[in-house]
Design a binder for this molecule. Structure first.
Ligand code: ATP
Ligand code: MG
Length: 561
């Protein structure tokens, strides 16, 4: 167990400690947090960390957590994203009740507060272009320079700002800036931009506004309006905290929230940046936001990852102040732990090879009983049909087996799970020399899979009845990126794994799977965890492999692949 896992197990994280001391000292009456996504893409597993943290702490302290859309940039935001975000947060198991808000709900109040700053001599309209403002901002080692428009009168600033609102000026012609300190050691305090002109329709406010507040001007004030006590965000906002505080200290806000920063989630072989994820979708490197290879909540759900596994993973990672990268194997192990507990066992043959039992009567058949979950008797049993013709896994046969290969080969006896012992007599080949069928015999005395004379076999194989099994397409997924640190060598798209998707078109599944519904996870014995894909239609089953039974990826990497 790593230190952060231990901390999570012990139930401690530094934000919780802060909340506890705020409550104990009577600084707050209750806990109010918020999750503030910008609706410019789908949520990913990094967002899940923030969701679990914000909603989790609110739950724990019997407070509340708001869902607030940070919808201040209408050029990038869409209703599709708003709908997807609500669906994903709910699916993760969290509920904002009636506390659904939008930064755009506060546009009028934010505007009034901007005028308040102008009247107090703490904001001014700047006619400089974005490039000029950037050029005068200075660097970490050099102070910035004052804008020539910095000393405008209050009256002139008010007049210009009102006309900006009125839509009189073109995009980018002017901005409203806070008047703080162009020599500040913190660049965020060098007269940050509070409003920009943007003639763009907004999903909620339509064409009512032609100016929009920046993130910095909207965020803390929205927190204050909603009575947020702990505004929890990722570390890259640490340098914005002095500005967050300055604005709250200089405005007549109804409450005084505080910002706390934690390390964002990073995972090996995975990209958690909405910009890059958007590019993957737009450039069709994946089939959509919910492609099962995507680290989005929608993609993970479609792949068959249970919400409980995501919550558990995030808990295992813990909440720290220092950035780090989590091994993808840790996520996969959380998925396996949850599915191992919850997923019923089934048999599915991914790459079928026909097996004919020559001494089994033609036209005969029988029904055998199989356990739904070996560790959970309460899960019961199911009936599986058996007959003379079966399918087994192609990989389970070798004509010339090396030492330690105990599965099928000519002359070798194995157990067919829940059925009989069978012995391979002959491998039938086609003209190309490929094995197309195994001729076998069975021992009728071994029904159920045990020999009355106590003889042992070294392998137990899964199988399906050829006549009763249902055909299915199976999609196997590998990491979307080849490097543990995608993009570290330059072009991130050059690191895409060309073999991230492998489609098996002719798999065969036991008949009980014909009615499986999407989202229902199963274990295919010896193969991994699978779930029906949303592409499934009656008569055309499609299954996704959620995760294998063991960490084959790490092994392949260690093997110098
Ligand atoms: P991206 O950098 O991918 O565009 P973002 O931070 O801009 O993401 P938002 O919609 O603004 O996306 O994020 C909503 C909340 O989720 C923010 O509070 C942000 O700090 C948090 N968040 C985003 N990415 C991560 C991550 N990888 N780990 C933890 N929290 C995250
Ligand atoms: Mg953001």
């Amino acid at each position: 167990m790593t230190a952060s896992e231990a901390a999570a197990q012990a139930g401690s994280n530094f934000v919780r400690d802060i909340i506890e001391s705020d409550l104990a000292a009577g600084r707050i009456a209750g806990v109010v947090t918020r999750f503030p996504p910008e609706p410019n893409g789908y949520l990913h597993i990094g967002h899940a960390k923030s969701i679990c943290l914000n909603f989790g702490l609110a739950q724990e302290f019997a407070g509340r957590c708001h869902l607030r859309f940070d919808d201040t940039n209408p050029t990038k935001e869409e209703q599709e994203y708003i709908d997807a975000i609500e669906r994903d947060v709910r699916w993760l198991g969290f509920d904002w009740g009636k506390h659904l808000y939008h930064a755009s709900d506060y546009f009028e109040r934010l505007y009034e507060w901007a005028e308040h700053l102008i009247r107090a001599g703490k904001a001014y309209v700047d006619d400089c272009s974005a490039e000029e403002i950037r050029a005068m901002r200075g660097t970490l080692t050099e102070p910035g320079r004052d804008s020539p428009w910095r000393e405008r009168s209050v009256a002139e600033n008010l007049d210009l700002f009102r006309r900006m609102r009125g839509g009189e000026f073109a995009n980018g012609a002017r901005v409203l800036r806070a008047k703080i300190d162009m020599a500040s050691g913190n660049i965020n305090l060098r007269d940050p931009v509070l409003y920009r002109i943007l003639h763009a329709a907004h999903p909620r406010t339509g064409s009512a506004w032609s100016i929009y507040p920046t993130y910095d001007f909207a965020h803390g004030q929205s927190d204050a309006i909603e009575g947020i006590t702990h505004s929890i965000c990722t570390l890259e906002f640490e340098d914005h905290r002095p500005l967050y505080d300055w604005l709250l200290d200089n405005l007549p806000v109804p409450s005084r929230p505080h910002q706390y920063e934690f390390a964002r989630l990073n995972i090996t072989y995975t990209v958690l940046s909405k910009r890059v994820l958007t590019e993957l979708v737009r450039e069709r490197h994946v089939k959509g936001w919910d492609d099962p290879r995507m680290p989005t909540i929608a993609g993970l759900r479609r792949r068959g990852v249970p919400a409980a596994a995501i919550r558990d993973f995030v808990r295992r990672v813990g909440v720290a102040r220092a950035n780090s990268i989590v091994d993808i194997a840790m996520f996969e192990s959380a998925i396996r732990d949850e599915l191992n507990r919850a997923a019923p066992r089934r048999m599915g043959v991914l790459r079928p090879l026909k097996l004919v039992i020559e001494n089994y009567p033609e036209g005969a058949g029988e029904t055998l009983e199989a356990l739904n979950h070996p560790d959970d008797p309460a899960a019961g049993t199911r009936a599986i049909p058996f007959g003379r013709e079966l399918y087994v896994e192609r990989d389970d046969f070798m004509e010339h087996p090396p030492k330690k290969f105990y599965r099928l080969s000519p002359g070798r006896e194995v157990r067919l799970r829940y059925a009989y012992f069978v012995t391979c007599r002959e491998a039938v080949k086609n003209a190309a020399g490929e094995v197309v069928e195994l001729r076998c015999s069975y021992d009728p005395a071994t029904r159920g899979g045990n020999a009355p004379d106590g003889r042992k076999v070294q392998a137990t194989l899964h199988w399906v009845s050829a006549a009763h099994s249902v055909p299915a397409e199976i999609r196997l997924y590998n990491q979307l990126f080849l490097r543990p640190d995608p993009g570290a060598a330059g072009d991130i798209m050059a690191d895409l794994n060309p073999d991230s998707l492998e489609v098996l078109a002719d798999s065969r599944l036991e008949p009980s799977l014909a009615r499986a519904a999407s989202g229902e996870a199963v274990q295919f014995e010896r193969q991994g965890y699978f779930c029906p894909d949303t592409d499934s239609r009656p008569g055309r089953l499609v299954f996704n492999r959620t995760v294998g039974l063991r960490d084959s990826w790490a092994k392949a990497q260690a093997g110098g692949r």
